[in-house]
Design a protein around this ligand. Sequence first.
Ligand code: NOJ
Length: 863
Amino acid sequence: MSSSKLSAAAFLLLLSPIGAFGYTKNYTGDGAPIAPLSPPYFPSPVTSGAGDWADAYVKARNFVDQLTLLEKVNLTTGTGWGQDHCVGNVGTIPRLNFPSLCLQDSPLGVRMGTYASAFSSGMNVAATWDRGLMYKRGYDMGAEFKGKGANIALGPVAGPLGRHSEGGRNWEGFSVDPWLTGVGMWETVKGMQDAGVIATAKHFIGNEQEHFRQSGESNSFGTHEPVLQAISSNIDDRTMHEMYLWPFADAVRAGVGAIMCSYQQINNSYGCQNSHLLNGLLKDELKFEGFVMSDWGAHHSGVDSGLAGLDMSMPGDYTFGSGTSWWGGNLTTAVLNGSFPEWRLDDMATRIMAAYFKVGQDPETYPETNFDSWTTSDYGYLHNQVQLGWGLVNKHVNVMGDHHIGIREVGAKSTVLLKNVDGVLPLGGQRQIGIFGSDAGESPLGPNGCSDRSCNKGTLAMGWGSGTANFPYLITPLEAIKARAIQDGTVVQSVLDDYAYAQINSTALQASVCLAFVNSDAGEGYVSVDGNEGDRNNLTLWNNGETLIANVAANCNNTVVIIHAAGTVLVESFVDHPNVTAIIWAGLPGQESGNALVDVLYGAVNPSGKLPFTMAKTREDYGTDILYEPNGLIPQENFTEGLFLDYRHFDKASIEPRYEFGFGLSYTTFAYSNLTIKKVSNSTYTPMTGFTAGIPESNKTLGSPSDYTFPEGLVKASKFIYPYLDNATAIPSDSTYEAPEGAYDTSPQPIPAAGGAPGGNPSLYDVIYEVSATISNTGSRGGEEVAQLYISTGLEDDPVNVLRGFEKVSIPVGQSTTVTMHLNNRDLARWDTVKGDWVVLDIERTVKVGSSSRKLPLSATLA
Ligand code: NOJ
């Protein structure tokens, strides 16, 4: 092993003097403690076309071979915030007719687009526990990005995972459980990339809270002490592998083309220059063959970040609109003066182009970018940041197709029925429906009335921030219910003012059923909404939802509460109220919100959603919480709970949740029987051995600096990031830069034991057991059920149960179905921090199958 590569054992040693995140010395000068350090990992692994990247790699190599130094630099560096039409664009290669690559948010649709769909949130599609719907949503979104001429879609999200229930962006991702999130990543990446767009798994990694994710941003709020640098998520090696890295491994194995590194630090090294994470875990261990882009402004160094594994700087300038870049001309300079090896630049460009070819993009056939992020008008600036040039920027290509069908289906099938006394739902022919709360209706400002949805008015169907899309329309619950109720001759009365208690009470008195709509919003940390700086300040309802419910329930003995929320909320104030007969969690369902809800309320769809997180009785029950006040100039967040998040924590600490992870009722009932386990393979986990091929030195002659200055006659756009040198004399003849040890080493490197193929050691994914069970529909309606498989090792340092499988099936009344789930080596493995590898212990495990993390009627021993 090269001296510059630390084994995980050494990594552990590095951590160990400070114990489990104890501290040894004061480095901030103000009494704040020192935290763990991320070990160096060099050299940066080069892509080699592993797995199903072979063809794309050959095409990419051929393409990159034709490029000049300037052209390669142009591929790796954004042109600057607001300088082109997408939230990020790289430079063009006019000589080869290669257009600028367009990078566009978001994980739920084309952000800032017109005539594009607003899909359900990632959290909602996770709540369907339906692989087919996850794939379809990904495919439909991918088709929309392609139709708009965006090459790279900035989603899906596996970071945040959801360590904090209050976390502002949890809803952009899938679930706090890494296994479920892994499935969400896999299906979404497959769907998006099959449709032809490059998917981006983000934010790598440990990006669990909005507060202090960037120092400048959080200082701008002025509501807490200023910080010097971004927060550090301090994560130990086992937790990293078994929790946070897990879903990224699934994304890499699914062939994801891009990964976005995160704003904050991990073990006190910034996400976009953390060589242990980018070179080590991502490119060596997981053998990621695509490219790493920085989050917007998460790029903090020139040569160092590139050597540490960053491949693309976004949006190119180091603060938005500054016109100055760590890369661009500076990267050209670094290659010319020898501080940045050309092989590394070749690898960066090859990775970008391999992702491009892997999803089948081609400059001849891929649609040109036909939308603009900065205006919805037809005409606008060509360089909006500097208000330069003018032309047709929005062609308003309608890419929505029939995607509303899938959006409605995800909306309905992600709806979680939490309480349903005596079958009050589905609604029969009602005499009079009372509808209450602003969350039932349209925002007076319109569905897109606040930029990036940064206000909570009207019905809530997505959170706020860059993870949004413009609603092409938003079907409100009120309009959908009215349209349906007319079929039964039902009277519908509504009071949307959350505080009009006199009207609320008198209307509630008249109704045969009262629907109380409440919500709780969250979003990204660059905006503060109602005092919530991205992360929620609490888990209570917005707009005094609890009081609204109390008023309705006091006057109506058939009150149904409908919750639109960015995650969990506390329901204790009303859950046991005798007049609250039903509770529905509808999450953030997207544009078809009202229709999806009506499908469930009236029984056209039998609810089958299951919670992708635990709903606790108190906020404290979760055991983890946002760091709202900095605990030093460089805030330190120690992930000391390790593997024990959400249900794993509740199980360990014997805390009774209100509604457990995986819980959700149906209008029918299911019975579980016949658990059988079959061993289908004798494959054992086999550590990888051997060495990489080494890195061929570039044999190109670079010429002289004067070949790299701005071409004569070029009309420069102000603040635009170019690859050129300002002047030919700016380059010192010898580099004075001291690179990290091993960074220039081109010799063959050992392949990590846990590595070897995209997603990690291939033997991890060998299926060992087939687990099947019979599920019978014992009720009076057809319905869908999600069978869940948990494993228990009984070891003290393992969670009581961990999710390791699920299967959603549709079962007619009175019939039974067999579900079959598979367990592979990874499902049985644990990360050994001393070996720096996975191990499958030879122990007895219990396999449990049931309808939620706490209702597991079937169990058997796995010998
Ligand atoms: C910052 C966000 O963290 C990221 O998710 C997004 O893709 C970029 N901004 C671009 O808008």
